[in-house]
Design a protein around this ligand. Structure first.
Ligand SMILES: [Zn+2]
Length: 269
């Protein structure tokens, strides 16, 4: 089945992963800007990273017939440095017209600190000013519930935010309902050591239905599995779900959500 991975960090993956993903049916992917496994020292280092996301990765993906899209920001882990964050935010508009850019992301919270919230709000302002979609990272484990609540409060506190153009990622059983009820899109991240499994994701589709739900692998520099979306497809088939329901979650939904961005020039095969 053709599918789209809406959240995967290909800069940290080897070229063989592109080939494997292509064989598994991946036709497009979106790569939010994130941490590099270490804190970067200057805004110039982000400029190089944004060039990698807008120039290098699309070319690498295209060699395997995969369309690559991206989101730009300074992530929550590095947002603790507000001065650096402001320099990076000021530079982002230079890249917003690159052909594969879908919006601002993945912004969010990590340890739910005041500085992280300040930088989150300044990213929100940037997205509004430039009419960009937003992709959001929610914190992990014990910080997730409180962090998701803080994020939803900041988003809902600004009437200029179009909720149908915001994706809140890494939802789990205790946060998914709040996200969907408020009108946002929700992403379930399939990850071997934390977050969600293919089985739990299938349970949540059964409980909440497929509307505004996405699944992704978040494949990154840590222990992760870039082929996790096909694992979800396999799990759904094992349970006897219709191909059309599975396809809605892994292909139609990402197309609908991304299609709200002018950068999403997707060509189905
Ligand atoms: Zn991520």
């Amino acid at each position: 089945m053709d599918y789209i991975d809406p959240h995967i960090h290909m800069v940290s993956r080897i070229t063989d992963d592109y080939e494997t993903l292509a064989r598994m049916g991946c036709v497009a992917m979106s790569e939010p800007a994130f941490w590099a496994g270490f804190d970067r020292g200057s805004a110039e280092s982000f400029r190089d990273y944004f060039r990698q996301l807008t120039e290098v990765e699309p070319r690498r993906a295209a060699q395997y017939g995969i369309q690559h899209f991206t989101w730009l920001c300074i992530n929550a882990k590095e947002a603790e440095n507000v001065e650096l964050s402001r320099e990076v935010i000021a530079m982002i508009p230079e890249f917003l017209d690159c052909p594969n850019v879908l919006g601002i992301g993945e912004i969010g919270l990590n340890k739910n600190t005041r500085n992280e919230a300040t930088v989150f709000l300044e990213h929100m302002e940037l997205a509004i000013q430039y009419n960009q979609q937003i992709l959001i990272h929610t914190p992990h484990l014990e910080d997730k519930f409180q962090g998701t609540k803080m994020i939803l409060d900041m988003l809902c506190g600004d009437s200029r935010i179009e909720r149908s153009r915001v994706l809140v990622d890494h939802v789990e059983e205790h946060t998914i309902q709040h996200v969907l009820e408020q009108g946002f899109w929700a992403g379930m991240t399939l990850y071997p050591i934390s977050k969600c499994t293919p089985q739990r994701a299938a349970d949540m589709v059964e409980m909440y239905g497929p509307e505004r739900l996405l699944v992704n692998s978040a494949g990154d520099w840590g222990p992760s599995k870039p082929t996790a979306v096909p694992d979800f497809i396999f799990e759904m088939r094992q349970r006897g779900h219709d191909e059309s329901l599975i396809r809605q979650v892994v292909y139609d939904n990402p197309r609908t959500f991304f299609g709200q961005s002018k950068g999403f020039d997707f060509k189905p095969r």
